[in-house]
Design a protein around this ligand. Structure first.
Ligand code: IPE
Ligand code: IPE
Ligand code: MG
Length: 241
């Protein structure tokens, strides 16, 4: 934690937690063990974020496209999610963490949906950090849903087409009220976005590491933040003189 500049922290960090399957495969284990061990990384990253004072942490836990996986793997992921929520509730309450989700959560099993809304309700007054879990999430689906919301407002004449701004679009996304991510981390060395936060990452700094998600722990998380702090963000302007 020592060399982190606490004055220059990313406000919002988003993470594509990838590589659980490969982590298990390397050990000749079932993929599910990879997911189980990945939970320890989730816990460590959440704790560290709260410790250093990150305001928003968005974790890509299950994509719209992940429904294509075999049923037994999807079931195992849902069970892991349930036990994570049950185990972490007390710590979220103690540490002022507000829990919320983005994505088409209506597609999730009913017991998972119930637990998600319980957890969101119970933590809704917390103010120190937002833990935002992307579940059944797809960036294109999010933009599509936003289009429909906006068009409905146009159709009912609450909004005129010429009044639509970038802010109208941002406000119609699942992430409404959450600032765009400053830093996006992807583990397991894949150089792709996989349908994550497409609109929101327009000017996000990207950090890709070959480390597989179950091996991504506090030390490397802090290293990613340190690397972010060395970057010069220009947002299209010229180099500062
Ligand atoms: C990420 O690990 C977890 C989820 C997508 C749910 P993977 O399961 O994608 O692991 P790899 O990419 O096959 O190694
Ligand atoms: C992205 O990982 C989704 C999550 C981490 C939840 P995937 O493993 O599903 O992505 P691809 O298939 O490698 O693009
Ligand atoms: Mg993967």
């Amino acid at each position: 934690m020592s060399n982190i500049n606490l004055e220059k922290l990313p406000k919002h960090i988003a993470i594509i937690m990838d590589g659980n399957g490969r982590w298990a495969k390397k050990r000749a284990l079932n993929r599910i063990y990879g997911h189980e061990n990945g939970i320890d990384s989730v816990r460590e990253v959440v704790r560290t974020s709260r410790e250093i004072g990150i305001s928003y942490l968005t974790l890509y836990a299950f994509s719209e496209e992940n429904w294509k996986r075999p049923k037994h793997e999807v079931d195992a992921l849902m069970n892991l999610l349930k036990s994570f929520l049950k185990n972490e509730l007390d710590e979220m309450l103690e540490n002022g963490i507000r829990f919320q989700t983005i994505g088409r959560s209506g597609k999730l099993p009913e017991d998972v949906q119930r637990l998600l809304s319980d957890t969101s309700d119970k933590t809704s007054q917390n103010k120190d950090m937002v833990l935002n879990l992307a579940l059944s999430y797809g960036g294109r689906q999010e933009i599509l849903d936003a289009f429909q919301k906006i068009f409905m407002r146009v159709e009912s004449r609450v909004l005129r087409p010429e009044e639509i701004t970038e802010q109208t679009i941002s406000d119609s996304l699942y992430t409404t009220g959450i600032p765009d991510p400053d830093l996006l981390i992807r583990t397991s060395g894949e150089y792709r976005i996989s349908n994550f936060l497409l609109w929101q990452i327009a000017y996000t700094e990207i950090y890709i590491t070959p480390t597989l998600w179950p091996d991504f722990r506090k030390e490397e998380y802090l290293a990613a933040i340190k690397e972010f702090q060395k970057r010069e963000r220009r947002f299209g302007a010229s180099e500062a003189e």
